[in-house]
Design a binder for this molecule. Structure first.
Ligand code: URA
Length: 270
């Protein structure tokens, strides 16, 4: 297709206007994201290789085709026994549209052997670019919050309810959350932490099935029961992105952090 100079200038002006308005992704009804398709091909080729070589894993018998055909992935998830199994399964899972506009899967960060598992909402722009949860501005505040109770990324394990960035950082909707919840629950079962911290309203709602805002539910220990019967204490706290917008609420977050510190002291007999 050829354009004359005036048409080209007009198109460039429109594009510039859209960029200035914050447009980050073009979403059409039909999936026409060639960049994504190319990337998926590379990821799938890479994973096929990994699946071929990792005969040790019980999960290795499943390939992308099997995962896509299988509608009941809850059952399939039972066959993920390790974090590698789960990550490979998620890399091959194409049932969530958020994957189409995201750059990559943001799986986890931190130490999977730690006692504390932190669960955020969904990756933002920086997390999407780097593939690491909480590595942007709110992550820096989260690190400071952890440091204030002598924790850091070697002493906690971090993931999100949603592993792909929602376009424009919108809040994930209920369908997306319920679709990805079984993955999160399997993630928790595999890590099997001593305690969980739900960071922000979406995370608290997803895990605890609660109504109402985070301010009503934060700062109280509850328990979730996993499929194997294991009960894990969980506390909800304010999201660092919210605290960056409302710094006067930091005192509430500090109350929650102190509760986490006390619980850890209880576990460790201090
Ligand atoms: N906010 C989240 O909830 N998770 C991230 O990983 C980054 C920002």
């Amino acid at each position: 297709m050829e354009f004359d100079n005036n048409t080209l200038k007009g198109l460039l002006a429109k594009l510039e206007w859209q960029l200035n308005m914050g447009v980050e992704a073009m979403i059409e009804e039909k999936n026409n994201n060639y960049f994504y398709q190319e990337k998926t091909k590379i990821i799938n080729e890479d994973n096929t290789k990994k699946l071929e070589t990792s005969q040790k894993s019980s999960f290795s018998k499943f390939d992308t085709e099997t995962i896509e055909k299988k509608s009941d992935h809850r059952e399939m998830l039972k066959n993920c026994f390790t974090l590698d199994d789960l990550k490979t399964y998620m890399l091959n899972f194409n049932g969530c549209d958020l994957k189409k506009t995201a750059t990559q899967l943001v799986f986890s960060d931190g130490n999977p052997k730690s006692q504390v598992m932190i669960i955020g909402e969904a990756p933002g722009a920086e997390e999407d670019r780097r593939g690491i949860p909480f590595c942007g501005a709110s992550g820096q505040l989260l690190d400071k919050m952890l440091n204030s109770i002598s924790l850091d990324r070697n002493k906690v394990y971090i993931t999100n309810v949603i592993p792909w960035r929602p376009p424009g950082n919108r809040t994930p909707n209920e369908n997306e959350i319920s679709l990805m919840k079984p993955f999160l629950m399997r993630h928790i079962e595999i890590v099997s932490p001593k305690l969980l911290v739900a960071v922000g309203g979406s995370s608290a709602k997803a895990i605890l099935n609660i109504d109402g805002g985070i301010l009503r539910h934060r700062g109280v220990w509850k328990e979730i029961k996993l499929r194997d019967g294991l009960e894990i204490p969980i506390i909800a706290t304010l999201h660092p992105a919210y605290l960056l917008r409302a710094p006067n609420q930091k005192k509430l977050a500090w109350e929650d952090l102190k509760l986490i510190r006390s619980k850890l002291e209880e576990f460790n007999g201090q």
